[in-house]
Design a protein around this ligand. Structure first.
Ligand code: PLP
Length: 415
């Protein structure tokens, strides 16, 4: 990142910063693109693209197995990525940073491994009504195998967790709590620190789905005291196919391996296998080396801009978008929590979200429509889905103005 983007007062120059994202200068359907779907996947800065290019041109070899220099350099770059992530989320040790494919795999790993070791008939897994399908289905699979049951913390009409219900549902039967930090469908920021404190008071570990928090705010896993925290590279300006599962060493040591294969073993005979130490015990097979390098580059990029600057700027965008969209006749925002990240989900009377999204597409505006992989949450609100605009630090007010104009046009055409 060029230093001119960072102003002396630690804010950043969004117009300069946008130039670092090549895709933001392209067109969609003959219009300069307005990209408002960063909650699904963010765009990539040139520095990330360069790091991947550099890796394949200069550094590629398999890791942890070659005695030759190139393999050792690749291993160093791969492990450097892990260290960067350890620092980024303030984990106590790099043994607690497991490379996975993304948030989905992080949750599946815990549900499967923790589930096999600790869940049995009569136990309960506590999740919330605003979970992404990837924090529901893995627990259903674990419950099918163990005979445990899922309990659900409900949400109120604003889209906030009803904490009195959480208190009531957290019992001696609860074996793990698994909740989302920031809702992808509503933008609600959940009080995960309070949830963790209360669960720990009853000896219950907590997994936090950080897919939507990591790109927008500072996360310190030790300060939160999370037992597990998982997120995806592609939503934090990094590559697809890589993600992180943070887990406290204590748990990861006790849990059985998830996948079997090379790298995760110490010794193998046909009679018995002994497992490698952390983090390798959970990393079977050749890893995503460009991904581990890339996610580290992305983390440093975010740190350079500054998570506080990002949160402050995106909050301004959120307020502006909320105010402008609210003035459109017949438009209803779904998810009006007091504490929100930069996501606006909405419906327009007499129109279907899909039709609104299709018209916006023709105008060069990329939004997400549908249930956002949160069907139970949509059922809670009695709606099939929403139109969702989600912002990153590279969006500006002009993007929002284009969205508002587009929505007005769509509403007029469809009614
Ligand atoms: N959890 C939340 C809150 C999400 O928004 C998403 C993706 O949209 C996921 C989990 C799954 O992430 P991935 O598809 O990167 O594994």
């Amino acid at each position: 990142m060029s230093e001119t983007i960072l102003k002396p007062d630690t804010t950043f120059d969004v117009e300069e910063l946008r130039k670092e994202f090549p895709l933001l200068s392209t067109e969609m359907n003959g219009h300069p693109i307005v990209f408002l779907d960063s909650a699904a996947s963010s765009q990539k800065p040139q520095v990330l693209i360069d790091s991947i290019d550099h890796y394949y041109k200069n550094l590629h070899a398999n890791v942890h197995r070659g005695v030759y220099q190139l393999s050792q350099e690749a291993t160093h770059a791969h492990e450097e990525g892990r260290k960067r992530i350890q620092k980024f989320i303030n984990a106590g040790s790099d043994k607690e940073i497991i490379f996975v494919r993304g948030t989905t795999e992080g949750i599946n790993l815990v549900a499967s491994s923790f589930g096999r070791k600790y869940l049995k008939e009569g136990d309960e897994v506590l999740i919330s009504a605003m979970e992404h399908h990837s924090n529901i289905v893995p627990w259903q699979l674990a419950c099918e195998q163990s005979g445990a049951q899922i309990k659900v913390i409900p949400v109120n009409d604003e889209g906030e967790l009803i904490m009195e219900e959480f208190d009531r549902l957290l019992t001696e039967k609860t074996k793990i709590v698994s909740v989302v930090h920031v809702s992808n469908a509503l933008g609600t920021i959940n009080p995960v620190k309070e949830i963790i404190e209360k669960a720990h008071a009853k000896g219950v570990p907590v997994l936090v789905d950080g897919a939507q928090s990591i790109p927008h705010m500072k996360v310190d896993v030790q300060d939160l005291d999370a037992d597990f925290y998982t997120f995806s590279g592609h939503k934090m300006f990094g590559p697809t196919g890589i993600g992180i599962l943070y887990g406290k060493e204590k748990w990861l040591n006790e849990m059985p391996p998830y996948h079997g294969g090379g790298e995760m073993i110490k010794t193998v005979t046909f009679e018995k296998t002994t497992y490698n130490e952390l983090p390798f015990k959970f990393e079977a097979g050749t890893p995503d080396i460009e991904g581990s390098i890339g996610i580290g580059v992305a983390a440093e990029y975010i740190e350079k801009i500054g998570q506080e600057n990002i949160a402050r700027y995106e909050h301004e965008l959120l307020e502006y978008a909320t105010e402008q969209l609210s003035q459109i006749e017949g438009l209803r925002i779904v998810g009006t929590a007091k504490n929100k990240a930069s996501v606006v989900s909405f419906l327009i009377d007499g129109t279907h979200p899909y039709d609104v999204g299709t018209i916006l597409d023709k105008l060069g505006i990329a939004v997400r429509t549908g249930h956002h992989c949160t069907q139970p949450l949509m059922d809670r609100f009695g709606i099939p889905g929403t139109v969702r605009a989600s912002f990153a630090f590279y969006n500006n007010k002009a993007d929002i103005d284009r969205l508002v104009e587009g929505v007005k046009r769509a509403a007029k055409m469809l009614r």
